[in-house]
Design a protein around this ligand. Structure first.
Ligand code: NAP
Length: 250
């Protein structure tokens, strides 16, 4: 139990990589707050994740907020402070893509991706930092991407958001290190999830040919890296981006 008595928030924790992160942190004893965007059947999906965690003996609760909204994230953190009194671990996982080549990309495609991925991460960092500075303890881990390091045709918006997360991570790490707070990022390569399932077989084969380890990663590979950075084993690591990509970016 590496995270006993810790309170953790995983944004977009209802499905995909976020779900595996939530399960992994709960297995290590953390009380996990699973954030989800209250849209369509997302609540139902997040409830299933909650049920799975509880069946494994883990502790968790659901908390809805659109991370792109400053007001909604502020409200979410007010609830966290009131109900739990503290937040030890913040995992900025929520993210979207709106791909397209520059000539075809709409302004709204750029704005929406920046709003969720970059501003959403900033919103949660901003409110979490306030709580964590008072506690003199905190672990912040944000999901960047190999695309934020290498670029990718058709993803200028997504790459900008994911490079931005790396810059924010280093800057915040410098600001809050003296308060016992570490700030790191994990940059996944191609991971088998709904986000990558939509790619054609041709693109998948092309991607695999660029991966020294020769295959896509899985959600547990990412969750294990996040767990490490959220745990006390990583207490002397801050401002770093851990690449979990089969060797794609080096
Ligand atoms: P996913 O299956 O699409 O999950 C994304 C999550 O983000 C969903 O749980 C979604 O919540 C949540 N979300 C989206 N907009 C939100 C908002 N405005 N407020 C709150 N939550 C919101 O994607 P994934 O593959 O697991 O990706 C997770 C993270 O890893 C993302 O940041 C992504 O950029 C990054 N990443 C993924 C890969 C990959 O290969 N899959 C590679 C590199 C980086 P709802 O379920 O409530 O909609």
């Amino acid at each position: 139990m590496r995270l006993e008595n810790k309170i953790a928030l995983v944004t977009g924790g209802g499905q995909g990589i976020g779900k595996e992160i939530a399960k992994t942190l709960a297995k290590q004893g953390a009380f996990v707050l699973i954030n989800y965007l209250d849209l369509g059947n997302n609540q139902e999906i997040a409830q299933k994740t909650q049920q799975e965690i509880e069946e494994l003996g883990g502790k968790c609760a659901l908390i809805s907020a659109n991370v792109a909204s400053y007001q909604e994230t502020e409200e979410m953190f007010k609830i966290i402070k009131k109900e739990y009194g503290r937040l030890d671990i913040l995992i900025n996982n929520a993210g979207i893509t709106k791909d397209g080549l520059m000539l075809r990309m709409k302004e709204s495609d750029f704005d929406q991706v920046i709003d969720v991925n970059l501003k959403g991460t900033w919103n949660c960092m901003k409110h979490a930092t306030k709580l964590m500075m008072k506690q003199k303890y905190g672990r912040i881990v944000s999901l960047s991407s190999v695309v934020g390091v290498m670029g990718n045709a058709g993803q200028v918006n997504y790459a900008a958001s994911k490079s931005g997360i790396i810059g924010m991570t280093m800057s915040l790490a410098r600001e809050v290190g003296s308060r016992g707070i570490t700030v790191n990022a994990v940059a996944p390569g191609f991971i088998q999830t709904a986000m990558t399932d939509v790619l054609s077989d041709e693109i998948k084969d092309q991607m695999k040919s660029q991966i020294p380890l020769g295959s896509f990663g899985n959600v547990q590979d990412i969750a294990d890296a996040v767990l490490f950075l959220a745990s006390d084993e990583a207490k002397y690591i801050t401002g770093q981006t851990l690449h979990v990509d089969g060797g794609m970016a080096m």
